[in-house]
Design a protein around this ligand. Structure first.
Ligand code: BDP
Length: 342
């Protein structure tokens, strides 16, 4: 099921001249300078802001010797492509969702399973501890250094046709998913037709009727303007798949041990900064979307969870994946118990 990165030379060249220059820098030893960063979201999005903040911290702490220039808005390509280029050393930092890594690194599967997290608090607690550290460490064998996780809130289904209340309402809808076998299986399990597609092509495809809908969090639904076309948002909250900040292992290996430490520390400090921005952004995006007249409805999530459940067994294949998944579940149960008034 897993695959190595497989970006062809042709696609790398087609990626544009920006890459050509960036890819070349991967061959030279470099101990200082302005690193490149990739993000699919626009400059004001919390993930971009967080990596820029991290770059400012690095600048302050090294007298300007290190810094990060983030190329926002998919300027360097979609997430699958930028991930491959990052693993070749052509991009230094990359902030992506875990979804495009699902078919590459098995340890990204557990936190991407439907309904595995009960809440944002559950997700944060799991990823802030050993579970998160083990997943970050697993990235190294893919040529990527896992630095930290960022929030991505809950993902829900939106579409141009009708409000969704039960899985039956999803039948026949052409629903865009990120490039991930797990996402494909999840959406197909609900009776919809999953269409894998890069995020930056979704708006156009919705507008042209190539797809009927997609699924995402409030800030992405707003920021990519999908809500202007998809006027039904149904709160399935089926996923809390987090974002991850990665560094190319090739770039990492060129840093001194002290600079590696500085990078790790700055990444860690960008997490609470990001979470504050994120919480505010979720609220403002939701308010703007509701004010624009999008029809938003709650759903009973139990039948969705039940219908998607088989993907757990299908995708949790290694003992390490199973172990992480059961620890996430156990943590959720423990948190729920503590929250219950005695
Ligand atoms: C957003 C993530 C972004 C993904 C996008 C997607 O922030 O990294 O590219 O979803 O669905 O929530 O592809």
């Amino acid at each position: 099921m897993t695959q190595r990165f497989s970006l062809s030379r042709r696609r790398l060249i087609a990626g544009g001249t920006a890459f050509a220059g960036l890819a070349l820098t991967g061959c030279q030893p470099r101990l200082s300078g302005l690193f490149t960063g990739a993000d699919t979201h626009p400059g004001d999005y919390p993930t971009v802001q967080a990596v820029e903040y991290m770059g400012r911290l690095l600048g302050e702490r090294t007298g300007g010797r290190l810094g990060i220039k983030v190329f926002a808005g998919s300027q360097l390509g979609n997430e699958r492509d930028t991930l491959e280029i990052t693993s070749f050393g052509g991009i230094d930092f990359n902030r992506v969702n875990l979804a495009p890594l699902n078919s590459v690194e098995p340890m990204t599967i557990p936190p991407s399973l439907p309904f595995i997290f009960r809440s944002v608090a559950h997700m944060r607690r799991a990823l802030d501890g050993d579970i998160g550290d083990e997943i970050l460490a697993a990235m190294e064998k893919q040529g990527l250094i896992g630095l930290c996780f960022y929030d991505s809130g809950a993902r829900s289904v939106y579409n141009t046709r009708r409000a969704i209340f039960t899985p039956d309402d999803m039948r026949g809808l052409k629903l865009r998913v990120p490039s991930s076998d797990l996402y494909l299986a999840m959406v197909n399990a609900l009776g919809a037709n999953a269409v894998p597609m890069p995020f930056d092509e979704v708006y156009q495809s919705l507008a042209q009727g190539v797809i009927d809908g997609a699924e995402n969090n409030w800030p992405s639904f707003e920021s990519a303007r999908h809500y202007e076309v998809a006027r039904y948002m149904s709160l399935t909250q089926h996923l809390f798949t987090p974002e991850i900040l990665l560094m190319s292992k090739i770039s990492w290996d060129k840093l001194s041990a002290e600079d590696q430490q500085l990078v790790r520390q700055a990444a860690r400090e960008s997490v609470p900064f990001m979470r504050d921005l994120w919480d505010a952004r979720v609220e403002s995006s939701r308010a703007n979307i509701v004010a624009s007249g999008v029809e938003v409805n709650d759903v009973d999530t139990a039948p969705f969870a039940q219908q998607m459940r088989p993907v757990w067994d299908q995708f949790l294949v290694t003992p390490q994946q199973q172990d992480i998944a059961s620890r996430i579940v156990a943590l959720g149960e423990q948190m729920a118990k503590q929250e219950k008034p005695s």
